[in-house]
Design a protein around this ligand. Structure first.
Ligand SMILES: *Cc1c(COP(=O)(O)O)cnc(C)c1O
Length: 434
């Protein structure tokens, strides 16, 4: 058993001051039960809690830490930036440099605007799509998560799925009414929506490779279909690559599936572990954004120099060291090992991976959308999760989250993870037999 005495005390105290004791719901471990370890520090592939336990980390701050915890390149850039000043409310050349890097990496992006969170990026992208098309309705896919603002907190995945409140109280009905939801991978449903409401639809927003209902992949031709039907009806296509940008592939998942969206949202990796997100796209559309155009959007700390310099360091290192391709290979190896361990234990799983992301679904059926994802065995996941934690492997505490690898994960880490998985799948098998 893990000793979590100090974490238990901290969690009790946290609940006095913060709802549920956390500032992001999934951190509370509510869907798997137990006490969340409170983290003291991280280095490379590992995190250490305040009780002195060490874990190999597959959360990686839910995606941002592509090179692991505190890589030298990013730490140096942040320290140097701090010494110059933390925020000015005036432009810096770092903003140009990070914008250039993003435009070079994501082919469909010609201009970007920096914000502080993925939520802000998708919220602003929707406003931009509505301003540009002069239409009000939005189409989103069930189980895709785009942040917690009102328009998109409708049939969302991630924490919203885990806590069982896909439609939150407090979201005005009038706002939610403008959000149309369809199942992912379902051309027929999307076609029907456009046939009925095509002239009202400002945009379709999608995670091209959804990661917030666990990692689900588009079937052949689906993304292409979405691109074609939006174009045909004069609606914009917004690719939310806040997670998949630089996790799916160096050019974003859009490069893997060869689609050309009008607007792209980015976040997580682009801040190198600091709060940065962005939305960008075709110049003609982006020129609508204030002060170049009439669509208002602003932010006191947007383009913050510490965050910009962290992002520049992370993306530069990523490009120079071919990080995405390296991680794709390691992830493929790890997931093949997980599949094998599950098979040997006689536990039915569906293992999905893309780039440096992966999910183990406890199901004997293919997972193609939210409906099939939610039919996975929650009890099996709980046992797997706690067995892995006991063996020093820190996974996201929900079936509906994606696991992330980093460049810091060593061959020994992978080996240790596979040994822990062999043990954990056996624990699951015992439960299934009962
Ligand atoms: C994480 C995420 C967001 C929200 O980003 P925050 O920084 O948490 O607001 C939006 N879209 C996707 C696809 C995400 O994975």
């Amino acid at each position: 058993m893990l000793n979590l005495t100090k974490s238990t005390r901290a969690f009790a105290e946290a609940q006095e001051y913060t709802p549920g004791g956390v500032n992001s719901p999934v951190r509370s471990f509510r869907s798997v039960g137990g006490v969340p370890p409170f983290i003291q520090n991280g280095k490379g592939s590992k995190i250490y809690d305040i009780d002195g336990n060490e874990y190999i980390d597959y959360v990686m701050s839910y995606g941002p830490l592509l090179m692991g915890h505190v890589p030298d390149c990013v730490a140096k850039a942040i320290k140097a930036a701090v010494d110059r000043g933390t925020s000015y409310g005036a432009p810096t050349v770092a903003e140009i440099e990070l914008a250039k890097l993003i435009c070079k990496l994501i082919k469909s992006v010609e201009m970007v605007r920096f914000v502080n969170s993925g939520t802000e990026a998708t919220m602003s992208a929707l406003r931009l799509a509505r301003a540009y098309t002069k239409r009000e309705s939005i189409v989103k896919f069930i189980g895709c998560y785009h942040g917690h603002h009102d328009s998109l907190l409708v049939k969302a995945g991630s924490g919203a799925t885990t806590c069982g409140v896909p439609d939150s109280p407090g979201v005005p009905r009038g706002v939610a009414m403008n959000t149309i939801t369809v199942p992912f991978n379902d051309e027929t449903a999307l076609e029907a929506v456009f046939a009925e409401k095509g002239k009202e639809i400002a945009a379709v927003i999608m995670e091209p490779t959804p990661g917030n209902m666990g990692l689900v992949l588009p079937h052949d031709g689906f993304l292409d279909f979405v691109r074609k039907i939006t174009k045909k009806h004069g609606a914009l296509l917004i690719c939310d690559e806040v997670m998949s940008g630089f996790r799916g592939a160096q050019g974003g998942s859009q490069s893997l599936y060869n689609i050309d969206p009008d607007i792209t949202c980015l976040g997580k990796v682009i801040g190198g572990g600091l709060p940065v997100a962005a939305y960008g796209g075709k110049r003609e559309i982006m020129m609508m954004v204030s002060p170049a155009g009439p669509m208002y959007q602003a932010g006191t700390l947007s383009g913050n120099p510490l965050a910009m310099n962290a992002g520049i360091a992370a993306l530069t290192y990523m490009i120079e060291n071919d990080v995405c391709n390296k991680l794709t290979a390691v992830t493929a190896k790890l997931t093949a090992g997980l599949e094998k361990a599950a098979a040997e234990a006689g536990v039915p799983v569906q293992v999905h991976h893309l780039g440096s992301m992966f999910t183990v679904f406890f199901s004997d059926k293919p997972i193609t959308d939210y409906e099939s994802a939610t039919q996975c065995n929650p009890e099996a996941f709980k046992i797997y999760f706690h067995s892995m934690l006991e063996k020093g492997i820190y996974l996201p505490p929900s079936q509906f989250e994606t696991n992330f690898l980093s460049l810091a994960h060593s061959p020994e880490d992978i080996e240790k993870t596979l040994q822990a998985a062999a043990y954990s799948f056996k624990q699951v098998a015992k439960h299934l037999k009962k």
